[in-house]
Design a protein around this ligand. Structure first.
Ligand SMILES: [Zn+2]
Length: 445
């Protein structure tokens, strides 16, 4: 028996992630995401993976489809309506409780309507006991826990057709505070993940590793999130007035840790924008447990204001503030500082540039992440650069470590533009068998 692997989207760029793995009468569809650059334009356009027709073909041939959603970022789950439209639901869609909560929160923007009972199956991705292995037709699938900028993210380890396949996307060795809770003990995130990979390797190397090559332009390991929060703390201490922090509202971990830091400093904060308030509602229980303060309603009473619109989205709070006339929103004051704790998604440069220039005319200082001035093409003097963001994806150091431990027979680079894939090939091509797959191209192993 063999396994057929087909990207339906999610190679040669960022977004529309969706991969079909097929053996016997079973198909596993990993993720069904949208194009984040188009979605961020603000018209909520959902562009699904390009080749869902291949999924339709498989279903017509009588293949039983199961879908695993690795985590709640929209480039992985945003086209979930396409699964429902094909009758895939209930026990056949599998995700973590975090992804489930996020889908409930954002159902309107994703064009789905959910009742009280979720039409999918929820798994505990942190449980690596034998029970957590799922029997899905001709595959046995184990969700491998990992660190990413989304809670509950996992990598599906699929065994079927006599092959062992790991779909490892959107991960990094160090999460927050470099540490991970493992059976009640705090461990270094890198050691923890190395152990997990060694267990995945076991006696047999992985036959095919699909690997996230996004940060192949950067050496070393992705720094821990705590460095961003430390840097933001310095900025908040230094600022004469309020500090606006704009980040992607799904970055729950970062928002949580900033709020804990603010509580420690005795600072107040407010949340602007419905998606930012939604993120807060998902964190409420955790924040309560940690003794963290809740947001204030009056923007003038807040030391820090979390706000959406870091990608220059037309209908996000920042743009509405720049346009004016909305009473519910705060106003930028001349001694405010504005910090962007994100990076521009390729394709959004123009709208982000316009938005940053607009903000810089209203506030005392605009701070963005290192390297962003050139990327966005900002004129001199508009913004200054500090350390305000880390990626959710690991860099060449982390990717090399994964390869060294797993010793995969074949590597398929995913989740990256082709120029990054070329850098990945340059770094590892002499030691590993790397194979590019185009959207819609099938590899049989
Ligand atoms: Zn992600």
């Amino acid at each position: 028996m063999t396994v057929k692997i087909t990207p339906l989207g999610g190679v040669g760029g960022v977004g529309k992630n969706s991969f079909l793995f097929e053996t016997g009468k079973t198909g596993i569809l990993v993720d069904c995401g949208l194009d984040p650059a188009v979605f961020a334009k603000g018209d909520n356009s959902i562009i699904p993976p390009e080749r869902l027709d291949i999924l339709d073909d498989a279903m017509r041939r009588g293949v039983d489809i199961y879908s695993l959603l690795t985590h709640y970022h929209f480039d992985h789950i945003g086209a979930i309506a396409e699964l429902f439209a094909r009758g895939i639901k209930n026990e056949r869609i599998i995700m973590s409780s975090w992804t489930s909560s996020f889908l409930y929160l954002r159902q309107d923007s994703l064009g789905i309507q959910l009742g009280d009972n979720p039409p999918w199956k929820i798994i505990n991705e942190r449980n690596r006991s034998r029970e957590s292995t799922l029997s899905l037709g001709d595959f046995r699938v184990t969700p491998i826990p990992l660190n990413h900028s989304a809670y509950g993210a996992f990598a599906p380890l699929m065994i079927g057709g006599g092959r062992k396949i790991l779909h490892l996307t959107d991960f990094k060795f160090w999460g927050f505070l470099r540490t991970v809770r493992d059976n009640g003990i705090m461990r270094d995130g890198r050691d923890w993940f190395e152990d997990i990979l060694r267990k995945v390797r076991g006696k047999n190397p992985v036959d095919c590793l699909l690997l996230d090559a996004l940060n192949s332009d950067l050496a070393g390991f992705t720094p821990p999130e705590e460095e961003v929060v430390k840097s933001l703390e310095g900025i908040i201490r230094e600022a004469p007035g309020r500090v606006f922090i704009s980040c992607i509202s799904s970055n729950l971990q970062r928002i949580e840790e900033i709020i804990k830091m603010l509580t420690r400093l005795g600072k107040t904060y407010a949340m602007v924008g419905s998606s930012m308030r939604g993120s807060f509602s998902m964190l409420k229980r955790r924040l309560n447990k940690a003794g963290a303060g809740f947001p204030v309603r009056d923007y003038n009473e807040a030391d820090v204001i979390f706000i959406t619109g870091s990608q220059g989205e037309e209908n996000a709070a920042i743009q509405k503030m720049l346009d004016g006339g909305e009473e519910r929103l705060p106003e930028f004051l001349s001694d405010d500082w504005f910090v962007s704790s994100s990076r521009v998604i390729p394709g959004n440069e123009e709208q982000v540039r316009r938005s940053i220039i607009g903000i810089s005319r209203r506030v005392a200082k605009v701070i963005i992440h290192f390297g962003e001035i050139a990327k966005i093409g900002l004129p001199v003097g508009v913004a200054e650069e500090r350390f305000t963001h880390v990626s959710g994806h690991d860099q060449l150091g982390g990717l090399g470590k994964v390869l060294e431990i797993l010793e995969p027979r074949l590597v398929v680079p995913i989740h990256a533009p082709w120029d990054r894939v070329a850098m990945f090939e340059k770094a590892f091509g002499s030691s590993y068998n790397i194979r590019r797959l185009q959207v819609g191209e099938t590899l049989e192993i």
